[in-house]
Design a protein around this ligand. Structure first.
Ligand code: NI
Length: 434
């Protein structure tokens, strides 16, 4: 019987990659996993959701990113960890598979989708790994308990913390890949740091991944680039506006379905989601191509709200925002709501408060995020120190959570001649627009 876990391809395969130059594959298991339909589906899910509506280059997919994370982990274990006393090469295939498959359960436009349907990608990653899928069949050929082990690494419950922290910690292959990849595709100047240097100074030590103190400045650069990317790209208010539209399209569809509305194009792919009875098969049918196709077709629906929201999303007629925190300025918010209602706006779908802390926000915060593994430095004398104790820069930004409140509204109302002039005037005054 062949040893599937150690089976190598007759020749190394390479993927050309704009961020890491090449992604190298020698293992049969990795090659076959890439070819499964569940992994190929990730080509049809963008890494940054609606961000392409702001940074038009950001069309890269979770497929690109997943290959990148795999490659970063492969370099760490093959080029740096291999042969070191605290690392066991028996874990090699496990960590490579977990790296490749860590985002397998992401759905189309994950954030809005998960908010409306109360699903979560971590749950579906496990379902795809362990269910009746092509991915599961490949992993099971390695060993019966192998799919479960891969799931545990991704869920951070696997006993060897070195394996876990290569994929999820404050400095892991996932983040190192997405920061550089998102910077590359959005075209922004932040997000770059010396990953090669960081990889060279990573060491497995007594169940932890540590960084040699000589690499501290490269790590500071990485932390700063992460901080900049969050503020400048990930929380961009305009891509959040597109999220708001998505959110409300799905919310409206669900409402109409429950009300027994007669759709011209029935939301057949969503029915099990509305009924909260979702199978893995239903879930992997979904991708962004399918969602956008529905939105295009729903532009012809009779329901004015579904029709308008869909058309806005497809044609990028986004909704406007102002800086407003309804908790701090409740009167201003209520006045805005009342005026919009007076103008005939359905505020359930066209007035939306969004706070960035609702989005994934994980700046470096050792006190707040006790469940996240901190970054450890190994000092020349062998002592292990937590990064912010050594670095002034990291210490200065650690624990600073900046919340950003925005309220979204349809700006077209201000120039709509069907709306009472004095209502429009009061809105203009309230919104401080001319
Ligand atoms: Ni990822």
């Amino acid at each position: 019987m062949i040893d599937y876990a150690n089976a190598k391809l007759p020749e190394e395969k390479v993927f050309k990659d704009p961020v890491h130059r090449y992604v190298h594959v020698r293992d049969q298991v990795i090659w076959v996993l890439i070819g499964t339909k569940e992994f190929q589906r990730l080509r049809r899910i963008r890494q940054l959701g609606t961000t392409y509506l702001v940074f038009h280059g950001a069309e890269h997919s979770r497929f690109n990113h997943s290959l990148g994370v795999y490659e970063v982990v492969r370099r760490i274990i093959d080029d740096v960890f291999h042969g070191r006393p605290d690392w066991n090469d028996d874990e090699r295939l496990l960590v490579l598979c977990a790296a490749l498959l860590h985002d397998l359960g992401h759905g189309p436009f994950s954030h809005a989708f998960e908010t409306v349907f109360k699903t979560d990608h971590e749950y579906f990653t496990r379902q795809i790994l362990l269910g009746d899928t092509e991915v599961n069949a490949v992993l099971r050929r390695v060993a019966v308990d192998f799919p479960e082990k891969v799931a545990q690494v991704i869920e951070k419950t696997y006993e060897n913390q070195i394996v876990v922290s290569l994929i999820s910690s404050q400095i892991d292959a996932d983040r190192m890949d997405y920061l550089q990849r998102d910077a590359y595709y959005t075209g922004v100047s932040y997000g770059h740091f010396d990953m090669e240097r960081i990889l060279r100074v990573m060491r497995p030590r007594k169940g932890k991944v540590v960084i040699k103190a000589s690499g501290m400045h490269a790590v500071e650069d990485y932390i700063m680039s992460r901080y900049q990317m969050y503020l400048q790209v990930y929380f961009h208010p305009v891509s959040r506006s597109a999220e708001v539209l998505l959110n409300n399209i799905l919310k409206r569809t669900k409402y109409l379905y429950e009300e027994g509305y007669q759709f011209i194009v029935e939301p057949v792919h969503f029915k099990t989601f509305f009924d909260n009875n979702i199978s893995v098969e239903d879930y992997i049918e979904l991708d962004e191509y399918l969602l956008v196709t529905y939105f295009k077709l729903w532009m012809k629906e009779k329901d004015p709200i579904l029709k308008d929201l869909s058309s806005r999303f497809v044609n990028r007629k986004l909704i406007q925002y102002i800086d407003l925190n309804p908790e701090e300025e409740p009167e201003r918010f209520h006045e805005l709501k009342a005026l919009l209602q007076e103008a005939g706006v359905d505020t359930d779908y066209y007035l939306y408060h969004d706070c960035t802390s609702d989005l994934p926000y994980d700046l470096y915060e050792p006190d707040v995020e006790s469940n996240r593994l901190p970054i450890f430095l190994e000092m020349p004398n062998g002592d292990i120190r937590e990064l912010s104790q050594e670095s002034f820069i990291v210490d200065a930004i650690a624990g600073r959570m900046k919340k950003d409140h925005k309220v979204y509204y349809p700006k077209e109302i201000l120039t709509d001649s069907n709306v009472n002039f004095s209502v429009r005037e009061q809105l203009e005054k309230l919104l401080n627009v001319k």
